[in-house]
Design a protein around this ligand. Structure first.
Ligand SMILES: Nc1ncnc2c1ncn2[C@@H]1O[C@H](COP(=O)(O)OP(=O)(O)OP(=O)(O)O)[C@@H](O)[C@H]1O
Ligand SMILES: [Mg+2]
Length: 323
């Protein structure tokens, strides 16, 4: 990879006996939108804190833009962090909250125009005189983003910054955040335990499990070609066979006997609008999950009900080998 902005080299961090981060090696390119994805406790926040300088590694190296930052204090690293609870100062105006980061930097030039520029960037122009409690959740999150971006960090670290928002606002903010990252061109490292959020936002994803990176790749590679059972399972590919896995949306249902099909019985069906999610009990007892697009509804398959015989097929090319 050329133009690496962040390199992690065999990074270790233990808390007592717990390896929070275990042998993590990663390269992130300048300008990338990178997601750290994994279940609760897998070490995502600890990894961000090691990059930010809030924690020191027990072993390994953190190299930011070509410089080993061991011993460089957090406030001197060219990174900034946005947290889940945006921690705005309630008694300060929006503009003063955004300016807050600048106070700790020696070169304070053009404060006013920098702040206006930032407020425009996060679509808060005209709201600079408000207090945080006069803002919506999404607007507060944008103030937190502006406060972090005004220092022009080389890398912006975001630790589940949208988790406090309701689903609709969260989806809107995802679209905005992606557009914002494209506009500013700063490397974003975004922590989430939500696979859909990672897929929506990121160029590349690292899936973490028990302090280790299980797989790094483009969103499509992580989703379509998982290397391990853990990654496959985390990405919702639930049909495991000996040596391979098949995603539910790659399987087809038939209401009549079909050559090469697995025969079974409908155990349940859940209508989900665009799709229907079926559970099929195969003759050998295995439970298969099939997701069908509802583009042909009503048809013979859509009329099937629990207890009915059904036939399941898939193409060999959709069998993903597992380690
Ligand atoms: N300061 C600490 N002292 C002791 N153990 C810690 C500390 N910080 C984290 N841990 C442990 O390290 C592991 C990784 O924690 P971390 O906060 O990095 O997980 P996470 O992936 O961010 O989880 P979540 O999605 O819940 O935020 C967990 O087992 C956690 O209990
Ligand atoms: Mg965390």
């Amino acid at each position: 990879m050329n133009d690496v902005i962040l390199r992690l080299d065999a990074v270790e961090k233990h808390f007592g006996a717990t390896p929070a981060v275990h042998g993590v090696t990663l390269e992130i390119a300048r300008g990338e939108f990178f997601a750290l994805l994994g279940p609760s406790g897998c070490g995502k926040t600890t990894l961000l804190r090691l990059v930010a300088g809030f924690e020191q590694p027990d072993a390994g190296r953190v190299v930011l833009d070509g410089t080993d930052v061991a011993g460089v204090p957090a406030n001197e690293r060219p990174v900034n962090t946005v947290f889940q609870h945006y921690a705005l100062f309630p008694h300060l105006t929006v503009a003063d909250n955004v300016a807050f980061g600048l106070r700790y930097k020696s070169e304070i030039r053009n404060q006013k125009s920098d702040i206006d520029e930032m407020l425009r960037l996060v679509r808060l122009e005209g709201l600079g005189d408000r207090k945080p409690d006069q803002l919506s959740g999404g607007q507060k999150q944008r103030v937190a983003l502006a406060r972090a971006l005004i220092l022009h960090p080389k890398v912006l670290l975001l630790d589940e910054p949208l988790a406090a928002l309701d689903v609709k606002l969260r989806k809107e903010m995802q679209v905005e955040l992606k557009a914002l990252q494209r506009r500013v061109g700063i490397t974003f490292i975004f922590v989430t335990h939500d696979q859909e959020e990672a897929l929506t936002l990121a160029d590349r994803v690292a899936v973490m499990n028990l302090g280790k990176v299980e797989q790094v790749g483009t969103t499509e590679a992580i989703f379509e070609r998982p290397w391990t059972k853990f990654v496959a399972d985390f990405m919702g590919a639930v049909n495991f066979f000996d040596g391979f896995v098949v995603r539910p949306e790659k399987m087809r249902l038939h209401a009549a006997a079909t050559a090469g099909a697995v025969e079974g019985k409908v155990e349940s069906k859940v209508y989900q609008g665009e799709t229907t999610r079926w559970l099929v009990r195969a003759a050998d007892g295995k439970l298969l999950t099939v997701v069908e697009q509802n583009d042909g509804v009503p048809d013979a398959v859509s009329r099937l009900k629990p207890g009915d015989r059904v036939w399941v097929t898939w193409e060999r090319r959709h069998e993903v080998p597992m380690k």
